[in-house]
Design a protein around this ligand. Structure first.
Ligand SMILES: Cc1ncc(COP(=O)(O)O)c(C=O)c1O
Length: 435
């Protein structure tokens, strides 16, 4: 039976372009998707940065199936089910320190971001710093699509037609091709860009700023790797000025950099961590905010019968998601998947950097098992080269890529083997120059 493609309004998609030349998949196992005709497609992107354990992991599938037969749903407001609490404890066992004692569950990265921003604002109010109402983000940042997320985010097209939060400012991005093109891992130059936070602090006053949110490594906006010392400096400035630091780890969480969170990888501890995607290896929608005890405690005052945070989702800690989380984190540990990232990172780096010199490639960025390949834009049509490489990859070379403008982003499942890495790179050597 053929599928009528007309009625679905696809997210972040060129709907007309897709519908005239569809890219459909309806099976997946391990490192591969399957097209409708059964052709295997190598997953170079862990779906959408989320299937870190690979596709169809039997332990995760089984946990979801079992839970579905046991408890389909339980209300999450003023009620609970044991798995929700077990999931929180399990997640916190991966936190950067014991200071993180609470997890708030959401259903996506966007919801995690908006939740973290609300917690940050609420915290400042509860502790009597009532003027601390400004949120700071960074240019070229992606924090999902909630009104909070697009406001602190730094992507003009994502904000263009929408009203934004009023009290927001941004610091400059760390991306600089002139200084850092073809850096392997963290660039040497750019630590001082963190001092742009000081400019914003000077402008508004530290006593007016509630929090600074940043992706430790920006993924969706083209894989922007933080310069050496940058995040350490950000932490220092936030601490000195009593500003909460939020790491948006929706992409960097769960092994992408070879540690549970980027916070451990960079050895920089934020005050709040947002996550999603790899939390359930993409199997069931789920996100979370990891919260320090001190922040949670600030909300615990007054009448014990009064709600402490006026925020939440019907599906917070949904039983199927909680089961998926527990099984997924077990798989990460049992199969040593974060360690695999570390073992493969230098092979990945060398393989990707062998694309240097390929026509159109103007930068290659990498860290852990993530890489960005920036291509020069075609005169007068930025993004069209990226789109053509992406569609050619899928249709003619059975390789799933991800694009942001003219930058290819690669983030394979953490079960990737060297052969797959070779296949990705060899395919790109063929495709990129053709466009
Ligand atoms: C850093 C970051 N934050 C938030 C989000 C939004 O997540 P979601 O699409 O699950 O809402 C993303 C998605 O890619 C992301 O990369």
């Amino acid at each position: 039976m053929s599928t009528n493609l007309e009625h679905l309004w696809m997210p972040f998609s060129a709907n007309r372009g897709f519908k005239s030349e569809p890219r459909l998949m309806n099976e997946a196992k391990g490192m591969y998707y399957k097209k409708l005709d059964g052709t295997k497609v190598l997953d170079g992107t862990a779906g959408l940065w989320c299937c870190n354990a690979g596709h169809g992991n039997e332990k995760i599938v089984k946990a979801i199936q079992t839970q579905a037969t046991k408890l389909d749903f339980a209300p999450s407001f003023q009620m609970g089910h044991p798995l929700a609490f077990q999931a929180a404890e399990k997640l916190l066992s991966l936190a950067p320190s014991d200071a993180f004692q609470y997890a708030f569950f959401t259903n996506s990265g966007s919801e995690s971001v908006d939740t973290a921003l609300k917690i940050a604002l609420g915290y400042q109010q509860h502790r009597g710093k009532t003027d601390k109402t400004i949120l700071i983000g960074r240019e070229r940042a992606y924090h999902g699509v909630g009104f909070g997320g697009i406001s602190v985010g730094g992507l003009p097209l994502n904000k263009k037609h929408f009203s934004l939060l009023p009290s927001v400012d941004h610091i400059c991005s760390t991306h600089n091709l002139e200084k850092n093109a073809f850096s392997k891992a963290q660039p040497e130059w750019g630590k001082e860009l963190a001092d742009d936070l000081l400019r914003v602090i000077e402008k508004h006053g530290a006593d007016k700023i509630a929090a600074f949110i940043t992706e430790p490594l920006a993924g969706s906006t083209g894989v922007l790797v933080p310069p050496k010392g940058y995040l350490e400096r950000v932490r220092e400035i936030c601490t000195k000025n009593d500003i909460l630091l939020i790491f948006d780890e929706v992409i960097t969480g769960f092994g992408r950099l070879g540690a549970p969170f980027a916070a451990q990888y960079f050895n920089v501890e934020p005050d709040l961590i947002t996550c999603a995607k790899g939390l359930t290896s993409g199997t069931i929608p789920m996100g979370a905010v990891l919260v320090k005890k001190e922040i949670y405690d600030a909300f615990q005052e007054g009448d014990v019968k009064a709600i402490d945070l006026f925020h939440g989702y019907t599906y917070s800690a949904h039983p199927l998601a909680a089961a998926a989380l527990i099984a997924t984190l077990d798989v990460y540990t049992d199969d040593n998947l974060f360690e695999r990232t570390n073992e493969l990172a230098s092979y990945w780096e060398d393989a990707l950097h062998s694309l240097k010199g390929t026509s159109h490639v103007i930068d290659i960025r990498n860290l852990g098992l993530v890489a960005g390949i920036e291509m020069s834009p075609r005169e007068g049509s930025p993004g069209s080269r990226g789109y053509d490489v992406f569609t050619d990859g899928f249709h003619n070379h059975n390789l799933l890529l991800r694009i942001t403008g003219d930058t290819l982003a690669l983030s394979p499942p953490l079960i990737v083997e060297k052969d797959h890495i070779d296949q990705i790179v060899e395919t790109l050597k063929v495709i990129i120059p053709n466009h």
